[in-house]
Design a protein around this ligand. Structure first.
Ligand code: PLP
Length: 375
């Protein structure tokens, strides 16, 4: 048994009240009061374009891939050190996946390695703001402009993270790409068990996004009285979650500031005290680049040697603390390795072997953690 689990979902206390209210509204299917409240919150607080709640970030990525109308002739550049869904959404459309390496100093895509991967068939660039830490957006946005690429920000874990532009302005992650995707899976800062959201910042896709979200039908127009019936007008799916999910999410959004404050205390404790309580620790603490204001989603170490990771996991387990690692490089995955024709991606492979994540959740008891580590 672990006395410090890796994650525990936050409970605001208002969840059941709002779910019951959703029932009282007489509408439990999608796009009712709570869906609208959540979407309005995201649009007004973070300046996102139009937002669409989904059942997962995976689905939001699938929506983006469908909307971009990509197919087997098209290439998509994305980091290898990423979650399966980041790639799967585009593989489902038959696109060619071109994997990029990570930066040496932190796990985001190395923006200096992207240009070499661009060909006449490249249509889109998909980024992951790893652990809620921004990619280096200025050079990336310039590349997209120069080569006419669509930009998708996989901001799954990056809600309330920011990119600090040259002029010092804090730009919310998810507001910079043509599309951005978020996750409300229980392991993320804000959660409703399973959930997600597509952000459409490029107005050219707004109308189509609404059709895709509504199972490929013009149901929205019908509901507004603008169409006599509703029918199948394009490819789409049942991407919109029920009001039960949205009501739960709303209770969390109301607590966003508090959740972030609590997570910051845990993250900052590690950063200030880990070397004191573990004086023999081999490995690097996270380095947040100057252009990023992160969201306290992930605390990770990058060990000096591969085998140091197992040693530390065993040590932490003996103290009742669960630590975990991720991602397996996508270019070396069982599904993709025989299709991969690119170069070795040495930084991505380094993080695959040496990165270890420590527990971060809002109600983590720092005193208990310190006691366990010093015991
Ligand atoms: C969590 C995560 C996902 C998947 O989100 P789901 O909501 O579980 O589908 C995708 N990409 C990244 C970078 C993630 O961290």
């Amino acid at each position: 048994m672990y006395s410090v689990p890796f994650n525990r979902p936050y409970v605001s206390g208002k969840e059941w009240e709002y779910v019951q209210d959703a029932l009282a509204q007489g509408k439990l299917s999608s796009n009712g009061k709570y869906t609208k409240k959540c979407q309005h919150f995201f649009e007004s607080k973070f300046g996102f374009g139009k937002t669409f709640l989904t059942h997962s970030c995976t689905q939001a990525l699938e929506m983006a891939a469908l909307l971009l109308n990509l197919g087997p002739e098209d290439e998509v550049i994305l980091p290898s050190y990423a979650y399966v869904s980041t790639a799967n959404a585009f593989a489902l459309r038959g696109c060619q996946l071109i994997f990029a390496d990570s930066r040496p100093d932190y796990p985001a895509i190395d923006e200096t390695k992207i240009e070499d991967l661009i060909s006449t068939r490249t249509r889109a660039l998909v980024l992951v703001h790893y652990g809620g830490v921004a990619c280096h957006m200025e050079p990336i946005l310039e590349l997209c402009k120069k080569y006419g690429l669509f930009l998708v920000e996989d901001a799954a874990a990056a809600l309330d993270g920011y990119y600090l532009g040259k002029d010092g302005a804090a730009l919310p992650l998810g507001s910079l790409g043509d599309f951005a995707t978020f996750s409300f899976h229980e392991t993320k800062n804000i959660s409703c068990g399973e959930g997600g959201m597509l952000v459409v910042n490029n107005p050219a896709f707004l109308k189509e996004a609404d059709l895709v979200w509504n199972r490929g039908t013009n149901r929205s127009e019908f509901e507004k009285g603008k169409s006599p019936s509703y029918e199948w007008v394009r490819l789409g799916s049942a991407f919109a979650p029920s009001e039960i999910t949205a009501a739960w999410l709303w209770s969390q959004l109301e607590s966003l500031a508090l959740i972030q404050k609590k997570r910051a205390a845990v993250w900052n404790w590690y950063q200030m005290h880990l070397r004191r309580v573990l004086p023999y620790l081999s490995g690097q603490l996270p380095e947040i680049p100057l252009f990023a204001k992160h969201n306290f989603h992930t605390y990770y170490l990058v060990m000096d040697k591969n085998r140091d990771r197992d040693v530390l996991i065993d040590f932490l387990t003996s103290k009742g603390i669960l630590s975990v690692f991720h991602y397996r490089c996508l270019h070396q995955s069982p599904y993709f390795k025989n299709k991969y024709l690119g170069k070795p991606l040495l930084q991505a492979e380094k993080y695959q072997e040496r990165l270890l994540r420590l527990p971060v959740f809002a109600d983590l008891d720092i005193n208990l953690l310190e006691d366990r580590l010093l015991s």
